[in-house]
Ligand binder design. Sequence first.
Ligand SMILES: NC(=O)c1ccc[n+]([C@@H]2O[C@H](COP(=O)([O-])OP(=O)(O)OC[C@H]3O[C@@H](n4cnc5c(N)ncnc54)[C@H](OP(=O)(O)O)[C@@H]3O)[C@@H](O)[C@H]2O)c1
Length: 237
Amino acid sequence: MKKAIVIGATSGIGEELAKLLTAKDYKVGITGKEQEILEKIQKPNPEQTVISPFDCTKDNNSQKITELVKALGGLDLLIFSAGIGNLNKNLGFKVENLANKLNVLAFNEIADWSYRFFEDQGHGHFVAISSISGLRGSRVAPAYNASKAYQINYLEGLRQKAKKSGKPIYITDIRPGFVDTDFSTYKGKFWVSTKEKAVKQIYNCIKNKKDIGYITKRWFLIAIVLKLAPNFIYKRV
Ligand SMILES: NC(=O)c1ccc[n+]([C@@H]2O[C@H](COP(=O)([O-])OP(=O)(O)OC[C@H]3O[C@@H](n4cnc5c(N)ncnc54)[C@H](OP(=O)(O)O)[C@@H]3O)[C@@H](O)[C@H]2O)c1
């Protein structure tokens, strides 16, 4: 049985991914801040689910994940789905720093831990849920977009490293547009996908070891527009 960890599995995309992986016969380690919620998710499949409550911005991520891998009996796939994104037009650093702490620092520690583990083991797959938001800056959530740009760029670096290693190590960058979760209160959402549809597409990207996946697929069109939009227009948006 393959072993997977989903970081940030107490709600939204992470919870749905954990459920799907269980249905696909993975043994899954699930993490999040709330023990009670993790226990509830574990209940229908206790033999296939191991829980580990911890806060990625406060606890020792490397130690917690090492313990979780021991409890699972190995690791083939690690998905970093935890994320925070506050609208912050007024630029208070306290709010901006929440995104920095989770989406940059904790992501960095867990991505490095995963890569090194997979390199020692000789194989493995690291997946992060970044965002279409990482492609350009945003006046309404500057730190969020910047933190997602960091993830996208970092994942590209890891992918080069994996290729150079010659080992079957895969790095997948999942870039959703909008998915129907409690994640954001942003009013201007469009092309909002259900969690189920998004996770089905994410699973296909994982199965096919894709480098990058736009979720849903048609967000690739928005990605092209964002990448091509000239600065003199984009800065007026
Ligand atoms: N939904 C969208 O429209 C959308 C679009 C683009 C990208 N994304 C990205 O997709 C990912 C998942 O988002 P979602 O929509 O599933 O949001 P969500 O429902 O809010 O889930 C976020 C998950 O992150 C966990 N988390 C937050 N802070 C944490 C911390 N300090 N330590 C450990 N875990 C923490 C949460 O656990 P607790 O509940 O225990 O805090 C929860 O399990 C995020 O990275 C987000 O940036 C989402």
